[in-house]
Design a protein around this ligand. Structure first.
Ligand code: EPZ
Length: 422
């Protein structure tokens, strides 16, 4: 199991390119199953989760070709099997995203239940209920979702909770349904908008993506297309927080300020000067120590839960006290005890953390528990005295492309240790 060794103290400076968004690439790869011709995706990041999704498509017999390392071509007509097995689904919950497309295009699907994960139970009941409302016959037994359908029929769907992949699964299924489907209380994340645009480029008729009411007029078929995945707003936010924590100055190419509203507002509150253009965002902290900020996570356009751990690391070394409320997942503070081992002053009270900033953290061996928690620990290592070794960084490789290379480009002292080497 690889580790990342970070020696704190460097002030980050320079420019990097933001990779394509993991949480847009994964639904797009699943959506390719809806087409009756080849689909080519550009700007897909090299991430373990993307590799897993490609392996899942391959397991179903779908031909996936990677061109010059950047473009991925999916030929959905080679599909032989509508089964997503547990051994793949358990490593990546987003595998559930093949359920809607398989049902809509092939009328059957056998997808393993994803099971819980470190940050919470994360059920998929809203996915299943919505597909049943669209006409699917679904039984859950032996840990699998067994689904069948003739042609799905459009209907009014009201989601009890805002669910990103739930909205995406239902939007994909409705794209080929008979008649019109309305999704009320839909997720508004930029990745949902990107998926709608991708589906429309295949001939779907989707409007309202980005609002909480999405209207899908079903069509009989969807054709192959070429599409470029949008930049990863969480990767961008993570690097902006790293620069803010180290008092640095960075410029991110291919970052979209319109996807980062709540995050940029909190960085300005922390004392950062932010500037942006159509496809770039710049942050200048001017060598200052950040001011603590209060965070309360919510669905987009609220503050992203995927940025909570990174801001806890910022508050840990900020001036003053910040409170962090995690309102989306039930167990997403696992980075707190690891930060405390580095000297952070954090008091947990239910789903709220009270963080009193300290002047300096101390480097220590820490353990990653989930994707974004591990990012928070890396950021803490950038400002800690001495060396921090983050273990189990397979978590971080799921969602960040070449994180140590990009941080080194900005002046960080960070290196990857192969298992057992020192
Ligand atoms: C997506 O997960 C993201 N993953 C997550 O990113 C992100 O943290 C999350 O949205 C929230 O923004 C992908 O897009 C692949 P939800 P998702 O369904 O769709 C409850 C990362 O770091 N819920 O919006 O699984 C659920 O338990 C990952 O890249 C139900 O109760 O999240 C949670 O409390 C981590 N029943 C809340 O809704 C359901 O059927 C929001 O979950 C579905 C969800």
């Amino acid at each position: 199991m690889d580790q990342l060794a970070i020696t704190g103290g460097a002030r980050l400076a320079g420019e990097i390119r933001v990779s394509g968004a993991k949480n847009a690439a994964l639904p797009a790869l699943a959506a390719a199953l809806l087409a009756d011709g080849p689909v080519t995706l550009a700007n897909v990041p090299h991430l373990n989760d993307v590799t897993t999704m490609i392996a899942l498509l391959g397991r179903m017999g779908v031909t996936v070709t990677v061109h010059d390392g950047l473009r991925i071509e999916v030929d959905p007509n080679s599909l032989e099997d509508c089964r997503a097995p547990y051994e793949l689904v358990k490593t990546m919950r987003a595998s559930i995203l093949v359920l809607g497309p398989l049902l809509a295009r092939h009328g059957r699907a056998e997808v393993s239940l994803p099971g819980g994960c470190a940050i919470g139970a994360r059920p998929v009941d809203l996915h299943v209920e919505g597909l049943r409302a669209l006409g699917a016959r679904i039984e859950i037994e032996d840990g699998y979702i067994h689904a069948e359908a003739g042609r799905l029929h459009g209907c009014e769907l009201l989601l009890d909770k805002v669910t990103v992949t739930g909205t995406e699964n239902l939007m994909m299924a409705a794209a080929l349904a008979e008649g019109e489907t309305v999704i009320e209380n839909a997720a508004r994340e930029p990745e949902v908008c990107d998926l709608a645009a991708f589906l429309n480029s295949m001939g779907a008729r989707i409007s309202g993506a980005g609002s909480d009411r999405i209207v899908i007029r079903g069509v009989p078929r969807l054709q192959g297309t070429q599409y470029r995945v949008l930049p990863d707003r969480i990767e961008a936010g993570t690097f902006l927080v790293a620069a803010a924590m180290t008092g640095g100055r960075v410029r991110l190419r291919e970052a979209r300020a319109q996807d980062l509203g709540a995050i940029l507002a909190k960085l300005r509150e922390a004392g950062a000067a932010i500037d942006s253009g159509p496809d770039w965002v710049a942050l200048d902290m001017g060598g200052r120590r950040p001011q603590a900020v209060d965070i309360s996570t919510a669905p987009f356009p609220g503050f992203a839960t995927d940025m909570q751990a990174q801001f806890m690391a910022l508050d840990a070394i900020a001036r003053g006290v910040g409170t962090i409320s995690e309102n989306v997942f039930e167990n997403r503070f696992m980075h707190a005890p690891e930060l405390q081992r580095m000297g952070a002053d954090i008091r947990l009270e239910g789903h709220t953390a009270v963080v009193r900033g300290v002047e300096r953290l101390r480097g220590a061996p820490v353990m990653a528990t989930d994707l974004r928690a591990s990012a928070g620990l890396v950021l803490a290592g950038l400002v800690a005295e001495g060396e921090t070794v983050v273990d189990r960084i397979y978590h971080i490789d799921r969602g960040y492309e070449c994180i140590e290379e990009k941080l080194r480009q900005l002046g960080a002292q960070i290196r990857r240790l192969a298992r057992g080497s020192r």
